[in-house]
Design a protein around this ligand. Structure first.
Ligand code: NI
Length: 138
């Protein structure tokens, strides 16, 4: 079969702060620099969700992009957009909201809604030049 990857781009704004409560302010600043700013700061996140699978011979689709669009809207945009990730998103109550951890959280939130016939990969841009990718646990 021909395995094809289809992707949907999405966008959200969110604020965060990178720090560890068990570290001193000095250590947090040394490791996380400006990202440990106690007053938080924001990013314009760009998210790419990619799904790989066989082309359905009936529709010619790998997946209906409307389905993927709605999935991202409900589970990611509605949960993260215009939020303070540290304070308002439960997944980051005990996990530092780095782009790396965010990609894992996004993957974990989407995976249960996409059947195992598909592979799922998440790419998250924190800035136009810095981005991370997660395709599931090894
Ligand atoms: Ni940041």
């Amino acid at each position: 079969m021909n395995k094809v990857t289809v992707s949907r781009k999405a966008h959200f704004n969110a604020a965060h702060r990178l720090y560890r409560k068990d570290w001193s302010d000095a250590k947090n600043e040394e490791i996380f620099d400006k990202c440990s700013n106690p007053y938080y700061h924001g990013h314009n996140y760009e998210l790419i969700v990619s799904v790989s699978g066989d082309i359905d011979p009936e529709t010619g689709y790998v997946m209906d992009m409307k389905f993927l669009k709605d999935l991202i809207k409900v589970h990611i945009e509605d949960a993260f957009d215009h939020k303070n990730l540290n304070e308002q998103v439960p997944e980051f109550a005990t996990r530092i909201p780095t782009a790396e951890n965010m990609a894992v959280v996004i993957w974990d939130k989407l995976r249960p809604h996409i059947t195992t016939a598909y592979e799922l990969s998440v790419t998250l841009y924190e800035t136009p030049r810095n981005f991370v990718q997660f395709s599931g646990p090894n």
